[in-house]
Each structure stands twice: as structure tokens, then as C-alpha cells.
Design a protein around this ligand. Structure first.
Ligand SMILES: Nc1ncnc2c1ncn2[C@@H]1O[C@H](COP(=O)(O)OP(=O)(O)O)[C@@H](O)[C@H]1O
Ligand SMILES: [Mg+2]
Length: 318
């Protein structure tokens, strides 16, 4: 497979750097022969052929659901590295979407390859299952709200007296449906999922989600990171086999908390986005697009946090 990109080296780099960070300006011609099939807040997907696609992680950062105008240098590569790390480590728990095809096999322009190589993966195009497989080990966010109102999260009854951010007595699976763009996901109970996709498949997803999360929590413990909760996505391959897809256990798909400042009864700071959120709270910004520019020191501190999370998770224990 080859890509024919005929711009000059500098032009290509400029083009990619500009467009990778500006969702609205992104046209389908990043790789002239691979049509853009999806643009998310952070990642862009291109069809390689009927069976494969290229997922490119940009350096875009979203806060309060708004993509900010400034990229965080290195973020896309870090997200890709973290996902690949977990895919490899959990392949014995569940199959995943990685195709084994190198980015260099589908991008032959050297300048383009240089920019894309470490921030992209070639994956199998799967039939996505219509749920977000959320796993929680701690009580926070919408789970905390649900508990205050109903003494339960997604219908799973919990003991009284839990504090905000406290570790749950047991890891729980709290799926939500995938909302259309711009809408918020809605929590649904396990029975509804089973009615939609079948009891066996629903149980399998629940079981492997909990296993993968448990593995990650054990790994991150002692490396200074609490993984409070996370969201997985699954799809079916051409044979109907279940595969883990999308991104896995990154700071973008999970809540990472620094272990050293963890204190139940409060809402812990986010490992990676705290500087940005704290800064944004000092502004008179209504949290609607367009997002404000970030000062250079906030950008650098945030980039450093992403690097630190990646280093801690992926380096051998000391
Ligand atoms: N292997 C795959 N096959 C099909 N769809 C996938 C695969 N991996 C990820 N996706 C989908 O690609 C999209 C990734 O884009 P993302 O930046 O996460 O966008 P969003 O803002 O919609 O979350 C998601 O809609 C995800 O469900
Ligand atoms: Mg996503």
C-alpha cells in the first residue's frame, strides 16, 4: 500500500501540524488517498481499505469538553505509546484491534511518515458495539452524584457512608450508551445492554473490562498513579470475535490521580489536566467554544505531566 503525497517536505509538515490541531480546518487530504472517516476531539481516522484504518492521535487537548486552540506538544505520541503498552500487556485477556501493520507500510512519504509514525496505529476496522464499557474502582464524578441520590451507581447498590473519591468495596462495571456527537452519554444498567447485544457477549465484555482494569490498577499502584476509573470500547471482527478497540487506559479515557495527594472526602486533582483546569477557572470564560489560549508555562507543565504519566507507567519498576 502506498500513499501519494506530492507536496514539498516543509509544506507537508506545516499542513499536518496546522490541521492536526484545528479540527474544523481538517480536510480529508492529509493522506490524499486515504479518506478521513472520523474526526474526534483528539483523534482522526482514515480508511486504508475496507478492513483497515489509520488512527492518528493529534496533540489537541480538550477541557470541559471544548478543544483548546493550543496543542500540547508530544501528547499524541504519548497517548499512542500508552495505549500500545496496554494492548500488548492485555492481549492474553482479550484480543484487540491492532493489525500488526506498521505505519511505514501505509505511508511512504518520508516527511509525512516522520510526523505520523509515533502518533498513529493501523488497526482492523471493527463493527463497534454500542456501549462505553465503564469500569470504576473509586466513587467520583457522575458515579458520586448517582450515589448521593440513589445510594447506588447505575443500579448497583452500594454500602452507606462512602466518601467522595473513596475506593469502592468492589470494582464495578457501569456501562453507558454511546451518545451522538455533542450529547452526553447516558448510564444504562447491565440488563439493558444484555437485551441489546445478548447476555453472553454482555457478560464477556463486563468480565474482560474488569480484568483489564484490575491489571492496570495493580500495575499503576506503586508507580504513583491511581486509575480511578476508565472507559473501554469494543468491536466485533469479521468472524464475530470480540476485540478491544479505540484507546486503552490513557489519561484521556481514564481518571488518573496522583497517589501522593489522594485524600478521600475531596475531589482529587487530575494527574494531567489539573494545571489547565486551574488556569481556566481563573478566567472569565463560559466553557463554551472557542476555548481560550493557554500561557506557555501551562502548556509546558501539562506536556510534562503527560510525559511523566507515560514514563511512570511504562518504565520498569525501580
Ligand atoms: N478498530 C476500530 N474500528 C472501528 N472504529 C473504531 C476503532 N477504534 C476506534 N474506533 C472509533 O473511532 C473513533 C475514535 O475517535 P475519537 O477521537 O475517540 O473520537 P470521539 O471524540 O468520537 O471519542 C471512535 O468513534 C471509536 O469508537
Ligand atoms: Mg473517543
Amino acid at each position: 500500500m502506498t500513499a501519494s503525497v506530492s507536496q514539498s517536505k516543509t509544506h507537508i509538515k506545516e499542513h499536518i501540524v496546522t490541521n492536526l490541531f484545528k479540527p474544523s480546518a481538517y480536510s480529508a487530504d492529509l493522506v490524499t488517498r486515504y479518506p478521513l472517516i472520523h474526526q474526534g476531539k483528539v483523534r482522526d481516522s482514515f480508511a486504508i481499505d475496507d478492513e483497515h484504518m489509520l488512527i492518528v492521535a493529534s496533540d489537541r487537548l480538550s477541557a470541559f469538553d471544548v478543544v483548546l486552540p493550543d496543542p500540547i506538544p508530544g501528547k499524541g505520541e504519548i497517548l499512542t505509546r500508552i495505549s500500545n503498552f496496554w494492548f500488548e500487556r492485555t492481549a492474553d485477556i482479550v484480543a484487540n484491534h491492532l493489525s500488526g501493520i506498521e505505519v511505514a507500510e501505509v505511508i511512504d512519504d518520508p516527511a509525512l511518515l516522520e510526523v505520523l509514525q509515533h502518533r498513529s496505529v493501523v488497526v482492523k476496522r471493527l463493527k463497534p458495539l454500542p456501549l462505553e464499557a465503564i469500569v470504576r474502582g473509586y466513587i467520583i464524578g457522575s458515579g458520586w452524584k448517582d450515589y448521593l441520590e440513589n445510594s447506588a451507581i447505575c443500579g448497583i447498590l452500594l454500602p452507606p457512608g462512602l466518601k467522595q473519591a473513596e475506593r469502592l468495596p468492589e470494582i464495578i462495571f457501569t456501562p453507558s450508551n454511546k451518545a451522538a456527537a455533542g450529547q452526553h452519554d447516558v448510564n444504562i444498567d447491565f440488563e439493558s445492554i444484555a437485551a441489546q447485544i445478548g447476555q453472553d457477549l454482555a457478560e464477556k465484555i463486563r468480565d474482560v473490562s474488569i480484568k483489564v482494569y484490575r491489571h492496570a490498577v495493580a500495575h499503576a499502584a506503586g508507580r504513583g498513579i491511581i486509575i480511578a476509573d476508565t472507559k473501554f470500547e469494543f468491536g466485533l471482527d469479521e468472524r464475530g470475535n470480540l476485540r478491544l478497540m479505540d484507546e486503552v487506559l490513557t489519561p484521556d479515557s481514564s481518571r488518573f490521580w496522583p497517589e501522593e495527594s489522594y485524600l478521600p472526602g475531596t475531589s482529587p486533582p487530575s494527574y494531567d489536566k489539573q494545571y489547565v483546569r486551574d488556569y481556566l477557572e481563573t478566567l472569565d470564560w463560559d466553557k463554551h467554544p472557542p476555548g481560550p489560549k493557554l500561557p506557555a508555562d501551562i502548556i509546558e507543565a501539562t506536556a510534562a505531566k503527560y510525559r511523566e504519566a507515560c514514563d511512570r507507567l511504562t518504565s520498569p519498576p525501580v
